[in-house]
Ligand binder design. Sequence first.
Ligand SMILES: [Zn+2]
Length: 145
Amino acid sequence: MLKHDIKGYLISHTHLDHVQGLVVASPDASNKTIYSLPSVSAEIEQNYFNWKVWPNMLNRGQQPQLKKYHMEDLKPGEAKDLAGTNMTVTAFPLNHAGSESTAFLIESGDDAILCFGDTGPDEVQKTANMQDIWKAIADKGGSRS
Ligand SMILES: [Zn+2]
């Protein structure tokens, strides 16, 4: 299943409880794409696949690059095709204890699901991220029969 059915990874943020499997399973994984916001991609590259913590399985960063994982930076609010599927993903930034986290809107045809990475309410996080997400998806709630 890991090698064939899972086409890629959406990484919300780099806390170890969210990425340990991505790192540890990488030698046995097939080539996949990692989708994340640029700040998250940079943390994955610098903190994990750096030839100190773990070999560089990425297509960027420290040489040599083993290129098992292809990094795909997501632009906030901009839909991107998920390779090997008929789905798109749109990333929305979240604030999580001072670092960037992500909500992912995954769409296929008329269907959509919104998945939140770790975050908190705008009032506590001192941001408008949640408000911005609800505004961005407000028109997605079409009627279903
Ligand atoms: Zn976290």
